[in-house]
Ligand binder design. Structure first.
Ligand SMILES: [Zn+2]
Length: 272
């Protein structure tokens, strides 16, 4: 199940071949969207943005292609004229002279103008994206203190895409661990210093996972664990998926809980 960093990495691959180029657009899976083809064809892609699991392909004609991958959607980038070997069905194709960006299996796709972006049901309720470069830890500290969020347990809040887009199950466990907090804690119970630390770790861990293709442990710890012969599964995360194994920081056994019907991992000593 991809989380924000994995979605952003997929978006980067698409952006690399499309941004700055005029495209031809096809919607083999969505007959109703064909009416937009004329206006989109020849339009230049200006940016690929993400909001959690949604991708926004922006065109210089003012339209935006919204696609939400849900569970099965997948983007492929190929030299133009070639197709990936897959049993999936092609839903959207964007072609430049040299490349094709191909979206398979997604069922939630729309073409939106400025009004449509404001009123789209998913975009209207989703929070800021954790990988948005404009988002600062101070913005996040303020958001944690808002009436809608400050009274909610962190374990539930950190899976709510209305709070922040892009955090999924592994990031929830890892962020709370590095912030030294248990999932039952509510933002209103935190001292300013603790809330600021949580805000900083939320951004730092999410960005680290994006930049390292999925590692949340700090680079120095990863190097040490690798040097000791650990495989990726053993050095990737601090707590997630490590029930019963020693905490990398204090050697206490990691515990597994179920919160919000999803598994959550923590160190009972570092997080207390
Ligand atoms: Zn520990």
């Amino acid at each position: 199940m991809p989380e924000g960093p994995e979605i952003r990495i997929a978006a980067d691959r698409v952006a690399e071949v499309l941004v700055g180029h005029a495209v031809e657009v096809e919607f083999p899976g969505f007959p109703k969207l064909r009416r937009h083809r004329k206006r989109l064809s020849g339009a230049v892609v200006t940016a690929i943005d993400t909001r959690g699991k949604a991708m926004l392909t922006r065109f210089d004609c003012g339209l935006t292609l919204y696609s939400h991958n849900q569970l099965y959607g997948r983007w492929y980038v190929r030299p133009r004229g070639t197709r990936p070997q897959t049993g999936r069905s092609l839903r959207v194709a964007l072609h430049t002279e040299a490349h094709s960006a191909l979206l398979y299996s997604a069922s939630d796709v729309a073409v939106l103008d400025a009004d449509g972006l404001e009123t789209h049901p998913f975009l209207a309720r989703v929070g800021p994206d954790i990988l948005d470069r404009a988002l600062t830890w101070r913005d996040l500290a303020r958001r944690l203190d808002e009436p809608a969020f400050r009274g909610r347990a962190l374990g539930a809040l950190y899976l709510d895409q209305g709070f922040l887009a892009g955090i999924g199950n592994y990031l929830r466990s890892e962020i709370l661990h590095f912030a030294g907090l248990r999932p039952e804690v509510r933002p209103r119970e935190l001292a300013v210093r603790e809330r600021n630390r949580l805000a900083r770790e939320t951004l730092a861990i999410s960005r680290r996972s994006y930049e390292t293709r999925g590692l949340t442990n700090p680079p120095a710890r990863v190097r040490k664990l690798k040097a000791a012969g650990a495989r990726r599964g053993a050095y990737r995360f601090a707590v997630f998926g490590r029930a019963g194994q020693p905490c990398h920081a204090c050697e206490t056994a990691i515990e597994r809980l179920t919160i919000g019907s999803r598994r959550l991992y923590l160190c009972p000593s570092c997080q207390s």
